[in-house]
Write a protein of this length. Structure first.
Length: 64
């Protein structure tokens, strides 16, 4: 990929990594992101790691 600058590369790395993680876990990133954003404000700070993609998909599998 070409990002035109080092800063652009660092900025582009975040969404690229996010999408790659979701794809690796079989998560629809467009389903995960709104759900995580909706829950982030109601979670205590020490439980925010439960919203990470790998834990989110495990929780979603349990609710099926």
């Amino acid at each position: 990929m070409f990002y035109a600058s080092d800063r652009g590369g660092r900025t582009g790395a975040v969404p690229t990594s996010f999408v790659a993680s979701c794809n690796r876990l079989g998560i629809d990133s467009f389903a995960y992101l709104p759900d995580a954003f909706a829950r982030i404000g109601i979670r205590p700070q020490n439980q925010l790691d439960e919203l990470l993609p790998d834990r989110w998909v495990a929780r979603a599998a349990l609710s099926l």
